[in-house]
Design a protein around this ligand. Structure first.
Ligand code: UDP
Ligand code: MG
Length: 312
C-alpha cells in the first residue's frame, strides 16, 4: 500500500530535522520489509511559519524522494493546516496518517496503523495510554474538556488527538464536510466505517515549545463544543423555563400575601437579588446565542479553510 504522512508545522525549525531523520529511517525500514510501497511519502504543511521551517522543508524535499511540502499563504491554525494536507493529498495515497511535528506521538505506531489498515479498517485512532509526560496543567485541562464535551453530548475518542490513519474512502467522506469551524476529532467518528484504536505512550515535546498556549486551547475547546452541540442553547431554554415556573409560583405567593396578609413593604433584598440574577442569566444567554449566530455568519460567508501558496 502507498502511505502518506501529513504533518502540519508552525514554527517548528528546531525539531523538524530530527523528525525528518527518524521518519526517513522508519520509511526505509517499512519499505524494505514490504509493509509499504516505495512511493510512500511524508508531506509537511507549513502553516505560515515565521521562522525557517519552509526553508528546511525545501531542503528535505531536494535531498530525499520521500519528502513533499505544502506552504499555506498564512497561518490558518492547526486544524485547517491538517485538512489542507489531507485534502490535497487524498488522491495520491491509499491512506494518510496525520501526526504532529514534535515527535510527541510515538512514530513506531505507524506500523500498527498500517497493519490495521491491511486488516480492513478505514479509520484507525492513535490513543495515548499514558499522559504522564504531558504537563499537569495540560492533562487537567484536557480531562475537564473531555468530561464537559461528553456532558454536551459530543462523541469523541478519549485521549485521542489528531494522530490517526484515514483510508482513501474515509478521506473522500471527510471531503464532504464543509464546515468552517473545523474540529476534526469530532467529525471523524461521524464518518462511520470500520474503525479501531492503537495505543501508545505520549512523549515530551522533542524541541521548541507548544504552539497551543492557553488562549488557543480555550478557543479550540469552545469550537469543539459550539460546532458540535446545540446543548448550550437547550440549557438556556431549560433555565428560562424553570425561572418562568418559579415566577408563576412567586406571583401566586405575592398575591396571597397582598390579599390576605397585607405585608408587602419588605422585600428589598429579594428584589435586588432577582434583578442581578435575571440580568446575569439574560446577558449570558445572549452571549451563547451570539456564539451560534456568529458561527452561522462565518459559515454563510463560506470562506476557504486554507489557501495554498506553493506545493513541492
Ligand atoms: N500547528 C500548526 N498551526 C498552528 C499551531 C500548531 O500547524 O497554528 C502544528 C504544530 O506545528 C504541531 C501541531 O500543530 O505540529 C500540534 O501543535 P503542538 O505540538 O504545539 O500542540 P500540543 O501538542 O502542545 O497540543
Ligand atoms: Mg505537541
Amino acid at each position: 500500500m502507498k502511505l502518506g504522512i501529513v504533518i502540519p508545522c508552525y514554527n517548528e525549525e528546531e525539531g523538524l530535522g530530527e523528525t525528518s531523520r527518524r521518519l526517513q529511517v522508519l520509511l526505509d525500514e517499512m519499505i524494505q520489509t514490504g509493509e509499504i510501497d516505495k512511493e510512500s511519502f511524508v508531506c509537511y504543511v507549513d502553516d505560515g511559519s515565521k521562522d525557517g521551517t519552509w526553508q528546511l522543508i525545501e531542503q528535505f524535499q531536494k535531498e530525499s524522494p520521500y519528502f513533499k511540502g505544502i506552504k499555506l499563504s498564512r497561518n490558518f491554525g492547526h486544524q485547517n493546516a491538517l485538512i489542507a494536507g489531507l485534502m490535497q493529498l487524498k488522491d495520491t495515497a491509499d491512506a494518510l496518517i496525520s501526526m504532529d511535528a514534535d515527535l510527541q506521538d510515538d512514530i513506531n505506531v505507524v506500523r500498527e496503523f498500517v497493519q490495521k489498515y491491511k486488516e480492513g479498517y478505514d479509520v484507525v485512532y492513535g490513543v495515548r495510554e499514558d499522559r504522564s509526560k504531558d504537563t499537569k496543567f495540560k492533562r487537567g485541562t484536557a480531562e475537564f474538556f473531555y468530561t464537559f464535551q461528553h456532558f454536551m453530548g459530543i462523541e469523541t475518542i478519549h485521549n485521542h488527538a489528531d494522530y490517526r490513519l484515514l483510508s482513501r474512502k474515509a478521506l473522500d467522506a471527510l471531503a464532504q464536510f464543509k464546515e468552517v469551524d473545523l474540529f476534526l476529532r469530532g467529525i471523524v467518528p461521524l464518518l462511520g466505517f470500520r474503525s479501531c484504536s492503537v495505543y501508545y505512550t505520549r512523549a515530551e515535546r522533542f524541541a521548541g515549545e507548544t504552539k497551543y498556549p492557553l488562549k488557543k486551547m480555550i478557543f479550540f475547546a469552545l469550537d469543539g463544543i459550539a460546532s458540535f452541540s446545540i446543548m448550550p442553547l437547550r440549557l438556556i431554554t431549560m433555565v428560562g423555563f424553570i425561572l418562568f415556573m418559579f415566577s408563576l409560583l412567586a406571583i401566586f405567593w405575592i398575591a396571597i400575601e397582598k390579599l390576605f396578609f397585607d405585608s408587602t413593604v419588605q422585600g428589598w433584598a429579594s428584589t435586588m437579588i432577582s434583578i442581578y440574577l435575571i440580568g446575569g442569566i439574560q446577558i449570558m444567554s445572549l452571549g451563547i446565542i451570539g456564539e451560534y449566530v456568529g458561527r452561522n455568519f462565518q459559515q454563510s460567508k463560506a470562506r476557504p479553510r486554507y489557501i495554498i501558496d506553493k506545493e513541492i
